[in-house]
Design a protein around this ligand. Structure first.
Ligand code: SF4
Ligand code: SF4
Length: 279
């Protein structure tokens, strides 16, 4: 069972929910696909056992063979190549590794060469599988790192795989969630939270993945989320209270379930509900 935890916007408590949930079942795996800023490891303290570079294949141009015909730059949809007078310029951070330039070059002046854009690390927390990806600083395209992490999921033996997704609703999020059995949408009871929740709901409906909502920082304003979810037929599976106690535990880098028995019970109930909804 693969459960993706996502939110329409950053800062809603997505990683708080994902890490605490990952410690609320007997045999879970925690997969951090928020590769631009992975921080689940801060709460789970995994022992890293394996590290692997993630490369994308980009054009390597043999300047001696290149006749500056402009064919490759004409066909590159991502503007990673540009013909300026008799010079071929490359902007490899924009390259999506499609390989088309290699195919269209009449002089066979292009070969594909690897370029490192990040790493994935695999290890253990509480005897459970931990995997996260780290995109190199300044790299604009996260999807190849996320795709590489998702490939690893099929090798895992776990009852529940929790994917901590990137924030927002971009192509990085789609790459992280598209193989999921269920999406947990984390939101907060503010007009911004509701606005971005609606965008996230549209995304997972397009992907045809069932979903439920977790309201973080729940207070009287939660009625705006409840009203929307009721109208849309989306279950609210948990409400985490807006409390100083939660903020204090979070600020020490500890899991809520380690420090507060009521919160521990809430997460165990959430896990049981998810198992019930998905099975
Ligand atoms: S591999 Fe594709 S994206 Fe990259 S430079 Fe060549 S045509 Fe452009
Ligand atoms: S298609 Fe080949 S020969 Fe033409 S500009 Fe590109 S690398 Fe040079």
């Amino acid at each position: 069972m693969i459960i993706s935890v996502l939110s329409g916007k950053g800062g809603t408590g997505k990683t708080t929910v994902a890490t605490n949930l990952a410690c609320s079942g007997p045999k879970t795996a925690y997969i951090d696909c928020d590769v631009e800023e992975p921080n689940g490891f801060l709460f789970l303290n995994p022992a890293i056992e394996h590290r692997e570079k993630v490369n994308v294949m980009v054009p390597g141009i043999d300047k001696d063979s290149c006749l500056a015909c402009g064919m490759c730059s004409k066909w590159c949809q991502f503007h990673a190549l540009a013909q300026v007078k008799n010079n071929l310029l490359s902007f490899l951070q924009l390259c999506h590794g499609c390989g088309l330039c290699t195919l269209v070059c009449p002089e066979k002046a292009i070969t594909e060469v690897p370029r490192e854009i990040g790493v994935i690390e695999r290890g253990k927390f509480n005897n459970n599988v931990f995997i996260h990806g780290v995109l190199k600083t300044g790299e604009p395209i996260a999807v190849p790192v996320i795709d590489r992490i998702i490939e690893e999921i099929w090798k895992i033996t776990a009852d529940v795989v929790i994917i901590d997704c990137p924030p927002g609703t971009s192509c990085s999020v789609i790459a992280a969630v598209e193989k999921s059995d269920f999406c947990l949408l984390v939101t907060e009871p503010t007009p911004f939270g509701l606005h971005d929740l609606k965008i996230a709901v549209n995304l997972i409906r397009t992907l045809d993945i069932p979903a439920g909502v977790v309201v973080n920082k729940a207070d009287d304003s939660t009625r705006i989320i409840r009203g929307y979810c009721e109208a849309e037929g989306i279950p609210i599976l948990m409400e985490l209270p807006f409390s100083k106690r939660v903020a204090q535990i979070y600020s020490t880098g500890k899991l809520l379930i380690q420090e507060d028995m009521l919160l521990k019970q809430q997460f165990q109930d959430l896990m049981a509900k998810l198992e019930g909804v998905i099975s």
